[in-house]
Design a protein around this ligand. Sequence first.
Ligand code: NAD
Ligand code: G6P
Ligand code: MN
Length: 433
Amino acid sequence: MKIVTIGGGSSYTPELIEGLILRKDKLPVKEIWLVDIEAGQEKLEIVGNMARRMIEAAGLPWQVRLTLDRKAALKDADFVTTQFRVGLLDARLKDECIPLAHGYLGQETNGAGGIMKALRTIPVILDIIKDMRQQCPNAWLVNFTNPAGMVTEAAIRYGQWEKTIGLCNVPFSHIEQATSLLNQPEDALFFKFAGLNHFHWHRVWDKQGTEHTAGLLEAIYGGQQLNEGLRNIHQIPFNIEQVRHLGLLPCGYHRYYYLEQQMLEHAVEDFAGYATRAEVVKATEQRLFELYKDPNLKQKPAELADRGGAHYSDAACDLIESIYNDSRKMMVVSTRNNGALSDLPYDSIAEVSSVITSHGAEPLNWGTFPPAARGMLQVMKAMEQTVIEAAVSGDYGAALHAFTINPLIRAGDNARQLLDQLLYAHKKYLPLF
Ligand code: NAD
Ligand code: G6P
Ligand code: MN
């Protein structure tokens, strides 16, 4: 098996390597190719050597190849995973700061920041697919690159790469939260998630068929047991009356929408102290790379848990394993809706509990949402699709529409000025605009 990871210089690479090592009996890995660009070459070398040490320490004969030549790397790949960041963390810093300076939330995947990340990333994923069509026409594309839902939809709708599945670690965190609060192992519980990436809800049952959703939402948001394990999201309690009214467990990211004002106040507070998440992550990354340089380090360091993407390796490697062996594992993934969520367009991408087979994800039927959630969900999907349309066309009107629809941006001259400033700030990575 040949696995190719685009954005191989990411500090998350040891997560992925650890996950593959743990599944060595189920995955006949031969080669792992880590691909990066010139700007990431130094990181690629450091983390690539770290990966080699981990594999050697595990006594495995796997080859790790480091390259800037994407086309060569993709030749005959079986699985292509993506974990790249166009513009690196400096671009994220702009996505977070510029909206804040206009009085809006700036975040990696939400609000104007998330839209800009999509506009920078979608042309690159479509280029990767062009190379894949030539070099590895049967490969699976496992997308971790954010905004994962929009990038996955672009890959399937515009890249027409049907064998694409998007991943996020947030469902894992919520599963862990529920298993710990209910004091039950994961396989004793049944989880059903549905919505969009970073905008989903879930329900939980036990083996006797008893539903625990209401009890969990009381424990978490009534009892304030806010142990979500998401390092990057400030954990403010949701309004309990509102959660009760919906009767579904929200995901951590819903705070940006349900509690926009408090989240904005918190962000402004951090901003004043020069501690945007991008700056925190820059410092964490520097510490991690210092550790990775140590020739005696042969295992993923505990400090990697300071990043928001904990459990990434479980998600990516379980997915690869379940596709390869047709294990039919139940996972929450971004995949074609296919009618599972009757409130979303049939062919759009949803994040939904699915059975992972050798032919891809088979989403579980969710049905319909109550109006209180349905409206927001449909607005978010329309916003996502408008962002993707803007990313592939470079149409300013489409971008302005996306800003207008996004609930975290005020429409009118405000939106226009913010868009213009962000387009200018990210000009280098937006050749279509
Ligand atoms: P990072 O800033 O370390 O970037 C990763 C690598 O991508 C860098 O080495 C960079 O040089 C490289 N890169 C940039 N442009 C590239 C290109 N065109 N081709 C190939 N490589 C390129 O990023 P990170 O913090 O490790 O995060 C990686 C990605 O994973 C981001 O997009 C992030 O948003 C995403 N992420 C997703 C989840 C999830 O839940 N799906 C969780 C955490 C992070
Ligand atoms: C989360 C998400 C990711 C997100 C990341 C941020 O849990 O699932 O999609 O981008 O963590 O982590 P960071 O450490 O980069 O702020
Ligand atoms: Mn995510």
